[in-house]
Design a protein around this ligand. Structure first.
Ligand code: KG4
Ligand code: ZN
Length: 361
């Protein structure tokens, strides 16, 4: 395979992103990766507003692409293929990205690849660490939570996932409940350092059930009940806040670590060199990481966490997924359409309600 230069575009939730990637499988360089966030646009609404997101993507995509080309020191004439997130996600944003990518591909006469956003996350460990197939992937973000066995550029087996909230979403909601700022994950992790994780009895949902499915919404409700009983007695003291943060985080760690053990049990039968990889913003949490590392060590598996900028939403992962998928399929071309729902593993039963905040991963 010769070296290729690929333009990637991502706009499926609240980040407008473009990136330029150069190389071949096993030897790829990220020449640029631009991510323009929209946090302040949605700050007053308690979540991502799809119409506002779509408009912001439409306004910023061309600038974002231009910035990515400039930072990579290339022009459109140096690009060999265009890759764009074609789903799953908020449909207005996905359509904006797909239209932008089609325009560039048509004008330049380039092959166009529509990429599944989750495939982008799932293939990132190959971009960053050349992890050999098959590996186990845990996606944990504000909108997604699932275990996947990644066996090829478009071969994904879902072992289980959340049946309600994603963990990042639960961190954000719990932070709101105990008056900590957004995003809730880093705020809870920081406050938890001063807290006693054992003061409040909080549930570890679905640990009594076989398999790798998870649930975080009941845990959030349990924190709400504890908070309400504390607030009835007096105001929520700083120590109460820290103990609730620590208790909640410890419960999430326990659930993820135990479900990871179960996923590893199934996966390690497939390979002599097992690796478990993580992606998504929640993977930034050190307590969660160390829980996952312990589970990995019990099974003799390598633990791989790509650098955070490539763990969270970005367009380099979309360009890279195209580089991999070029070896297994034809480009999509102008018939490409945006898909709000697009499960990676078409054979797995439908997820009930993962990602109420929006289809992020
Ligand atoms: O992957 P990401 O940047 O965006 C998507 O959801 O796609 O993940 C953001 C989520 C937020 O819910 C945020 O609270 C959570 O990741 N997060 C964390 C931490 N840092 C970010 N959760 C727990 N601990 C953290 N340190
Ligand atoms: Zn994502």
């Amino acid at each position: 395979m010769t070296s290729l230069t690929i333009l990637g575009i991502e706009s499926s939730c609240d980040d407008t992103a473009a990136a330029v990637l150069r190389g071949q499988i096993g030897d790829t360089q990220v020449l640029s990766s631009v991510v323009l966030g929209q946090t302040e646009l949605h700050a007053n609404f308690g979540g991502v507003v799809p119409e506002i997101a779509a408009r912001a993507h439409a306004e910023k995509l061309d600038l974002c692409v231009l910035q990515a080309l400039n930072e990579a020191h290339v022009s459109l004439d140096n690009i060999d293929a265009v890759a764009v997130t074609a789903g799953p996600g908020l449909i207005g944003g996905v359509v904006s990205g797909v239209m932008c990518a089609k325009g560039i591909a048509l004008a330049q006469g380039l092959p166009l690849y529509g990429i599944n956003h989750l495939a982008g996350h799932a293939l990132t460990p190959r971009l960053t660490d050349n992890v050999p197939y098959p590996y186990l992937m845990l996606l944990v973000s504000g909108g997604h939570c699932q275990f996947l066995i990644v066996a090829g550029p478009d071969q994904f087996q879902r072992l289980g996932g959340t049946i309600d909230d994603a963990p990042g979403e639960a961190f954000d909601k719990v932070a709101r409940l105990i008056s900590l700022p957004q995003p809730g994950g880093p705020a809870i992790e920081e406050r938890a350092k001063q807290g006693d994780p054992r003061r409040f009895k909080l549930p570890r949902p679905l640990l009594d059930r076989d398999g790798c499915d998870m649930s975080f919404s009941g845990l959030k409700t349990a924190v709400l009940r504890q908070r309400d009983s504390l607030v009835q007695e007096s105001t929520l003291a700083a120590q109460d806040q820290a103990d609730l943060a620590a208790g909640f985080q410890a419960a999430v760690v326990d659930v993820l670590a135990e479900k990871t053990r179960r996923a590893l049990e199934l996966y390690v039968q497939l390979t002599d060199t097992p690796s478990i990889c993580v992606a998504g913003g929640v993977a930034a949490n050190m307590a969660i990481r160390s829980g996952l590392e312990t589970s990995a060590a019990e099974f003799g598996a390598d633990f791989i966490a790509p650098p955070l900028a490539l763990c969270t939403d970005n367009a380099a992962m979309i360009a890279y997924a195209a580089l991999e998928q070029m070896t297994t399929r034809d480009p999509d071309g102008m018939g490409l359409s945006a898909r709000p729902r697009w499960p990676l593993d078409q054979t797995a039963p439908a997820m009930l309600g993962s990602g109420k905040k929006g289809a992020k991963a």
